[in-house]
Design a protein around this ligand. Structure first.
Ligand code: AMP
Ligand code: MN
Ligand code: ZN
Length: 878
């Protein structure tokens, strides 16, 4: 009875536990699922917005809290970096101008005309910009004005530069040419060319900030007005008074990012620069006039022209700096509190709570503006901060209601508003943060920012990474750590931040921007469409007189001979599918890489006729799908290694001399396990390298560790220096080995190791290695788009499309570290060759074909591609 009772209890408890476990697991699973489903990846408004500045490849002033770095000339005098950053790079040239007493501005006289022709030059390509630079280099003087955009940018950026010579007006599209503007650097810093501005203070700084352009030798017509004590100093006044031209200055607040510029904007922009030469001419005449009139004390007479010139060139000496404050948003917060809260009488009631909220909102606003590259007023104008701090709304409706009346409309031009759907997109897509700040009153300011940054830009963050916010991740910690105690897990989070940032930069650097498939068409001589292809392929046929051009745009050719195979012969319609420039996995169209479904380490060893030269096994993948596919392929390689008993890495051998070629490597079947059967070539080589270079100097424990690695390769025996030298050659292609020899100046040709390795690589001669051997370090170091067809000589059937393709090494290593030549060692030594030889020996060519199908299946199972071309299938046969 008692026993039964006990058993009952035990069973009851056990089942309770089981049920609880089940419920908890299910709950967790659901939560995980929900989290995945509501993945915030697309929640930020920026994911569906095109920002012109996100096309900039390089920005000199990013949105991080780090200081602006000025241009450093390779000048011996600037010794330390610190010193050069607070010195103007052209300080000495400008000083010479400031001390010059011989300034005449004679070049201005007489040549100026008031006319403004109908034509102007729109400069938007690099070659046009170079032409402009050549034109300007021949001038003695030219006029400059700039327009910047500041609402939808954190620091603002120059959207247009207007340059006028006596002959022409140039409008430089500095958005399109952002990364090329350094072409104009020399003419701007040339002390022999005078640049005429009006009110240059901002322009000088903006040119430094965006392009590292420094103005040397300037005449500022506003400074001339100052010296002449004109009643007004505005350009509008001068245009009216000197030129009799009316201008509508309201246009200066237009959205200068817009393209094409409206007629009015073009007219306005030209006007701002066009008349400056005429005005400068008139004003210098007046200045000289004054000097002669004022003849009371001829010796130390006040030289008006010199003074105007001196004041102008003083402007050039200014240096751009990023604004800094003790804590993000603190200056704005203090100002808001002063103006809106304390200032309005009843200080005691709202103050503390509201004040704290104002500080939080301003800090948040500052960070959000930096992350999204928006102005703080675009994120949340001051009035909206005040409204939120006073009303402390707690629902979405209340929040929207509170800020609804503090519309941007009051601050920006009508044309801007029409393009903005919601007044505060940053608030809308990050509403959660506002709740948190209002509800969680205890949260400290110092804690909020790292969390927000992580949420936005960390792993799976909500917002896109850009050249503007990327380094926010890098120096954010240092910025905050000066104010708050370091967090325990700060470092981990920090690492997570930078991982995503790295990926984004990687995408920028390596993925293809230009379309890979050009969608040109090839027709048979009976007019039937044969296939789509790229331009190069068309040209290949045309240049050889094998085809004639039948259509221009998009181009199409007709073959003048009867092609061997027809699409219908292949039993599928693959060849007449338009290949789209998207990731075949997910459809991503913005970035993609070429991916080989059959890993190169095998494919290079296929007999020539089995290497598919058609594009079936080369597909475009976005970086994410590429990662998935590659990881699956790496796993499958291991599986293959186990299945065939051919390890991925160099196997443990007793002595290199005993390891004569392929067969002996495969003898020891009992311990075959791809994972721990040996040491990877990379590990072996880097260990040997370290020992050779620093052996005596490194700590003995580390030395022992490295020795163990090398010993593992040599079967545990003692290692000589010779052994280390030989270990350096493991995993290299013959080509690489020869290169190494040349570099060292020592021929290792006769060593047993080299002989053995050469023998192993036999049949895989130079041609292959130079073309596509995965361990060719030259290729690895140089991942620029190769325009060389990888399967050359086959009559244009290759996809010589110039798309980037990563090799094994780049994929295996941390992608960020592609510069590191060591990665080239991550190729799998003889594994690929041995597998292919085995397949051919055992199953003949069908073995290779089946092998290809297995890889296609691996690819499909891993990526679940939804955008493969129509005729693509796993069982496709070469
Ligand atoms: P300007 O010196 O008149 O050519 O103006 C150059 C740039 O300064 C313009 O493109 C605007 O970005 C900015 N700017 C000048 N004045 C204003 C203003 N009153 N409001 C807004 N932006 C201005
Ligand atoms: Mn202007
Ligand atoms: Zn966002």
């Amino acid at each position: 009875m008692e026993v039964k009772e006990k058993a009952k209890i035990v069973i009851t408890v056990a089942s309770l536990v089981a049920v609880t476990v089940l419920i908890v697991t299910e709950y967790r699973r659901r939560r995980r699922y929900r989290r995945k489903q509501t993945s915030p990846l697309s929640s930020c408004y920026l994911h569906s917005e095109v920002r012109p500045q996100f096309g900039f490849k390089r920005v000199l002033a990013d949105n991080s809290y780090s200081e602006f770095k000025h241009l450093k000339l390779d000048d011996a005098s600037s010794s330390s970096e610190e010193a050069s950053n607070c010195h103007h790079p052209y300080e000495s040239e400008i000083t010479v101008l400031l001390e010059n007493t011989q300034i005449e501005f004679g070049f201005l006289r007489g040549e100026c005309s008031l006319e403004m022709s109908d034509s102007y030059v729109w400069v938007e390509t690099e070659s046009q910009l170079k032409e402009l630079a050549e034109v300007l280099a021949k001038e003695k003087v030219f006029a400059v004005d700039t327009e910047q955009h500041s609402l939808r940018s954190f620091l603002g950026f120059t959207a247009l530069v207007q340059i006028s010579t006596h002959e022409e007006d140039f409008l430089v599209d500095t958005i399109a040419l952002h990364d090329a503007m350094s072409i104009l650097r020399p003419v701007f810093s040339d002390p022999n060319i005078c640049k005429v501005f009006h009110g240059a203070d901002n322009d000088v700084l903006w040119l430094q900030r965006d392009f590292h352009i420094y103005v040397v030798n300037m005449f500022d017509t506003a400074k001339a007005c100052e010296v002449l004590s004109k009643p007004q100093r505005s350009l509008a006044y001068l245009l009216e008074a000197v030129c009799g031209v009316a201008t509508n200055k309201l246009l200066q607040r237009e959205d200068w990012r817009q393209r094409p510029l409206s007629k009015e904007m073009v007219q306005y922009a030209r006007t701002d620069a066009h008349y400056l030469l005429y005005i400068a001419d008139a004003l210098t005449a007046e200045l000289k006039q004054l000097a002669t009139e004022d003849s009371s004390s001829p010796d130390d007479k006040f030289h008006f022209l010199l003074e105007a010139s001196r004041r102008s060139n003083m402007t050039c000496l200014q240096l751009y700096t990023k604004e800094t404050e003790d804590f993000p948003g603190s200056a704005a917060a203090s100002s808001i509190i002063y103006r809106h809260l304390n200032g309005h009488g009843d200080t005691s009631t709202i103050s503390l709570n509201a004040e704290e909220l104002v500080r939080k909102l301003c800090a948040w606003r500052d960070l959000m503006a930096r992350i999204h590259d928006e102005s703080t007023r675009y994120v949340l104008p001051d009035q909206a901060v005040v409204a939120l701090a006073c009303k402390q709304p707690t629902t979405a409706e209340e929040i929207y209601g509170a800020i609804a009346h503090t519309d941007l409309a009051t601050e920006s031009s009508p044309s801007l508003n029409s393009s903005v759907q919601s007044p505060y997109p940053v608030i809308c897509s990050h509403l959660d943060d506002i709740y948190q700040m209002i509800l969680n009153k205890l949260a400290k300011l110092d804690d909020i920012l790292p969390l927000v940054l992580k949420k936005c830009l960390g792993k799976n963050g909500t917002c896109p990474i850009s050249v503007f916010n990327y380094s926010l991740l890098l120096n954010f910690k240092t910025k905050l750590s000066s104010h708050s105690a370091p967090k325990q897990n700060g470092h981990k989070n920090f690492k997570q931040f930078t991982r995503k940032a790295s990926r984004e930069l990687f995408v920028k650097k390596f993925s293809c921007k230009a379309p890979v498939y050009h969608n040109c068409r090839i027709y048979a001589n009976d007019g039937r469409l044969l296939c789509y292809c790229d331009k190069r392929k068309l040209e290949w046929y045309l240049n050889r007189g094998l085809a004639k051009l039948v259509e221009e745009d998009p181009p199409a050719i007709m073959l003048l001979f009867e092609p061997k195979g027809r699409p219908e012969d292949e039993g599928n319609d693959f060849y007449i599918q338009t290949k789209r420039n998207i990731c075949v996995g997910c459809g991503e169209g913005k970035h993609y890489l070429r991916y080989r479904i059959i890993p190169s380490c095998y494919r290079v060893h296929f007999p020539e006729h089995l290497k598919s030269h058609r594009s079936h096994d080369i597909v475009l993948l976005c970086v994410d799908c590429h990662e998935v596919a590659h990881a699956a392929a790496e796993r499958y390689k291991k599986q293959i290694a186990t299945e065939f008993g051919i390890p991925l890495f160099v196997r443990r051998v007793l002595d290199s001399k005993e390891a004569q070629g392929t067969s002996s490597l495969m003898e020891d079947e009992s311990t075959v396990n791809s994972e721990d059967a040996g040491v990877s070539p990379l590990l072996l080589r880097s260990a040997a390298m370290a020992l050779l270079r620093h052996g005596n100097r490194m700590p003995s424990s580390r030395r022992e560790e490295l020795l163990q690695i090398v010993k593992m390769y040599y079967g545990g025996r003692d290692i000589s220096e010779d052994d280390l030298e030989r270990a350096l050659l493991i995993g290299l292609s013959p080509h690489e080995r020869r290169k190494r020899e040349r570099k060292k100046g020592v021929s290792l040709k006769h060593s047993a190791e080299v002989a053995r390795l050469d023998k192993q690589e036999n049949g895989n001669k130079d041609k292959n290695n130079d073309d596509e051997a995965p361990a060719d370090s030259e290729k690895i170091m140089n991942v620029e788009r190769s325009t060389v067809a990888d399967d050359s000589g086959d009559g244009g059937t290759s996809e010589g499309d110039g798309a980037t393709e990563l090799n094994d090494a780049q994929c295996n290593g941390n992608m960020l570290h592609q510069q590191n030549s060591k990665l080239s060692l991550l190729g799998h030594g003889p594994h690929g060759k041995q597998i292919v030889e085995y397949l051919l020996r055992e199953y003949g060519e069908d073995g290779v074909r089946d092998f290809c199908q297995r890889w296609r299946k691996v690819f499909v199972d891993a990526v679940h591609p939804r955008h493969l071309p129509g005729g693509w299938n796993v069982s496709h046969r070469v």
